[in-house]
Ligand binder design. Structure first.
Ligand code: ADP
Ligand code: MG
Length: 278
């Protein structure tokens, strides 16, 4: 038995909206082991990002809470690095400088200047960006920007890497490359990862467990699938592997038979400027 690492316990989340309180999550509970790769999958708007944001400390759960290595999470911290779908790099800084900013924040007091330089370069090498580290975001492709975002997150040496549809905006081939890199990195560093995806193949290929969420309101975990395919995993070989297809089938049937595809609709939100509420 590995030790409990991250405990998401009875997390409920109600958002105030112009038409009253909206219960997005209802008692979401999940215990994650160190080094585990967990994907969250579910239809758009079911509450995946909300779960991730609670773990990141960006949202405070209305009920329940999150404990990481025995410590309650109630604000963002470098032990939980987040990678969003849209890289969020600073456009006026090079790839190197973007990673440097995070590294200085975490290791500014403990690493020397040259140790930090080695560490930044090492992390950019991990994501195969060594050739373009001195380029700015507008000089590199979307996939490369995501790589830098991942390098920046890894360089913080987080206990947990949180990824919200990290490859969602990339074309299929780039996406496949990124999945390979992520598997390599995880194999090497054994990070704990929670990744949101809506891609069934991506979830099966990468995960130790796939957490399937029911539709909202009051979304919760509907089913958890343990993926026991051997690693390293090879997408080409798995394509006609019976086990692989059984897992895939299981997730598809949850999403398309047990949960109906919701009609796209936005809950009205209270925004600071009041501009979004419509
Ligand atoms: N700040 C907010 N205010 C009001 N409703 C919100 C807010 N954030 C998210 N929601 C609602 O909560 C539900 C879950 O959202 P989200 O976690 O973003 O879903 P997902 O990431 O699965 O697409 C949606 O119905 C969304 O409209
Ligand atoms: Mg989302």
């Amino acid at each position: 038995m590995k030790k409990e690492h991250l405990n998401i316990s009875q997390v409920s989340m109600a958002f105030p909206t112009p038409t009253g309180s909206f219960l997005a999550l209802d008692k979401v509970s999940l215990i994650i082991e160190e080094g585990e790769f967990v994907s969250l999958i579910g239809h758009s708007g079911c509450g995946k990002s909300t779960v991730l944001n609670v773990v990141a400390g960006l949202h405070q759960a209305t009920e329940g809470g999150v404990v990481l290595d025995g410590k309650e999470v109630n604000e963002p911290g470098p032990d939980r690095a987040v990678v969003f779908q849209n890289h969020s790099l600073l456009p006026w800084l090079t790839a190197y400088q973007n990673v440097e900013l995070a590294v200085k924040q975490v290791f500014g007091k403990t690493k020397s200047h040259s140790e930090m330089k080695d560490w930044i370069e090492h992390n950019l090498e991990l994501v195969h960006m060594e050739h373009a580290m001195h380029k700015r975001p507008d000089e590199i492709s979307g996939g490369m920007k995501q790589r830098v975002g991942i390098a920046r997150a890894l360089a913080m040496q987080p206990k947990v890497l949180l990824m919200d549809e990290p490859f969602g905006a990339l074309d299929a081939l780039t996406r496949a490359h990124m999945q390979e890199s992520l598997m390599e990195i995880q194999n090497e560093l054994n990070n704990t990862v929670i990744m949101i995806t809506h891609d069934v193949d991506e979830a099966v290929l990468l995960s130790d467990r796939i957490v399937m969420m029911t539709n909202g309101p009051a979304a919760t975990i509907g089913e958890i699938l343990k993926v026991e395919l051997e690693r390293p995993r090879n997408r080409v070989q798995l394509a006609d592997d019976t086990e692989y297809n059984r897992y895939r089938q299981r997730v598809l049937s949850f999403l398309y038979e047990r949960q109906h595809v919701p009609v796209e609709k936005e809950t009205p939100r209270l925004s600071v400027a009041g501009a979004e509420a419509a």
